[in-house]
Design a protein around this ligand. Structure first.
Ligand code: SDX
Length: 437
């Protein structure tokens, strides 16, 4: 994959005074967004670490893939606004864009689409893995296990120093995630696995693998397939979020791409991250009726309750998540296509959003609906069980993970990630024999 055409440039320097030491730290400037203070020599020159739990003010890398402006509610994939891509592009074209840095020509797109299509099947032995799980295993547990095992099958694309093998591994991951996710779903409901069909597009293929049965013809709904394709576009990448940072950290040790993606899946599962779509729908179901919204809003504002409005708030977006707007439109489109006029969950969601957006607590803390707020309602309407929601997020985010992983591998300044700490434990002390304690 070509190096991005852009690079950082000097933005002057910052001076840090520690005791009687004055340390000049270079400032780097990117294309858009905040400058960074390069602290790489702070420890060697100043004998101190920076301290930033949760990395709220830390740039972990240079990247040319995705840009987010949290205050303006902006999300760009390789410079293209998410709203334009969601309207005009499709998921496979967005995969090409994220991997290669530019929109493809018609020939490039045709070649890429064909390359992905021809990797959609998994090794037949992989179907044996599913038999080891209980039928009620959470699909994310299955995804972690099966994706992690892929490196046991595809040895010919695990050499991270071979660009061709990196490309094949990228294509395999993008192509096989829908097949594996669909197999996890079929296994959970006791139905036979459905093989991919090469004459279908990415989202139609996935819907068929999930909802077709051998006993009858499956008729795909192009409106629903297009809606799902758009949902995949919205979830494809999101800068250095927790799961992407996990993939980068795992990859920095030289681990193979399949193992790195499995690490990303594990991190995404958390309810504070990709698991929020499942948690948000469960929350809406628990609220059940608009009359109970004030009770839940009060709980969310009560520090001692430990309850948060799932699908609200974001580390970066302190404005409306631009994906949530498109997600809301897609939700209405799907419900209209399915003739679900007055979905009670949608009524609760829209009323909850209205109340929260006018409540001083949420306004002051800049808590807005994020992508997970409306995705659950949409995925439920498409026929997916709640337990599959995060698996679909992982399916879509795989291209972002693999693009970020490849960018890291190709970054000449890349080295193994190894943060330090502020030690607050016991000072050095001698061992005390048990009879003297
Ligand atoms: C994703 O990073 C990404 O890009 C992630 C993602 C992606 O595409 O990869 O966008 C996908 O993970 C979206 C977020 C999904 N998670 C949720 O919807 C779970 C609910 N939201 C939160 O738990 C929370 O908002 C986070 C985790 C998303 C962000 O948390 P931060 O940035 O660490 O903020 P915080 O926890 O420090 O909260 C700031 C304040 C706190 O109050 P104070 O301590 O300042 O008094 O806001 C409060 C929080 O208590 N708060 C909430 C809240 N979210 C934050 N209060 C009620 N309900 C909420 N949802």
């Amino acid at each position: 994959m070509p190096k991005p055409p852009f690079a950082s440039k000097s933005g002057g320097s910052a001076t840090v005074v520690i005791g009687n030491k004055s340390i000049e730290l270079p400032i780097s400037r990117g294309t858009i967004g905040p400058d960074v203070v390069d602290v790489r020599k702070l420890y060697s020159d100043g004998d101190v670490f920076t301290y930033d739990p949760g990395f709220t003010s830390t740039a972990s890398c240079e990247s040319a893939i995705t840009y987010i402006d949290g205050d303006e509610g902006v999300l760009l994939y390789r410079g293209y606004p998410i709203e334009q891509l969601a309207e005009h592009s499709d998921f496979i074209e967005v995969c090409y864009l994220l991997l290669h840095g530019d929109l493809p020509s018609a020939d490039q797109l045709k070649t890429f689409r064909n390359a992905i299509t021809r990797h959609t099947m998994v090794h037949e032995q992989i179907s044996m893995f599913f038999r080891g799980f209980r039928r009620d295993a959470h699909p994310m547990a299955v995804m972690c296990g099966v994706v992690g095992a892929l490196s046991a099958f595809y040895h010919d694309s695990t050499d991270i120093n071979d660009p061709m093998q990196r490309t094949i591994a990228s294509h395999r991951m993008i192509a096989k995630m829908p097949t594996i996710a669909a197999m996890a779903y079929k296994y959970s409901i006791g139905q036979p696995f459905i093989y991919p069909q090469n004459n279908l597009n990415y989202s139609e293929n996935f819907l068929r693998m999930c909802f077709a049965v051998p006993a009858e013809e499956h008729k795909s709904n192009p409106v629903l397939a297009r809606a799902l394709d758009r949902i995949f576009i919205l979830h494809a990448d999101h800068e250095q979020n927790a799961s992407t940072s996990t993939v980068r950290l795992a990859g920095s040790s030289g681990a193979n791409p399949f193992a790195c993606i499995a690490a990303g899946i594990a991190c995404l599962w958390g309810p504070a991250h990709g698991g929020a779509n499942e948690a948000a729908l469960k929350m809406l179901e628990e609220i059940g009726h608009v009359s109970r919204i004030p009770e839940y809003v009060a709980r969310a504002k009560d520090k001692n309750s430990g309850f948060r409005l799932m699908g609200f708030g974001h580390r970066v977006y302190k404005n409306y998540d631009p994906r949530a707007k498109v997600m809301q439109q897609t939700c209405h489109e799907v419900l209209d296509e399915l003739g679900i006029r007055n979905d009670p969950l949608l009524q609760v969601a829209m009323e909850l959003e209205k109340i929260a957006l006018n409540d001083p607590y949420f306004v002051e803390k800049k808590l807005y609906p994020n992508i997970d707020f409306y995705s659950g309602i949409t995925l439920k309407a498409l026929g997916f069980p709640t337990s599959m929601f995060t698996a679909l997020f992982a399916l879509a985010r795989t291209v972002g993970w693999i693009a970020q992983w490849a960018e890291m591998i190709e970054d000449p300044s890349q080295k193994i990630g190894r943060p330090r700490q502020l030690y607050v434990g016991a000072p050095k002390r001698d061992y005390v024999p048990v009879h003297k304690r």
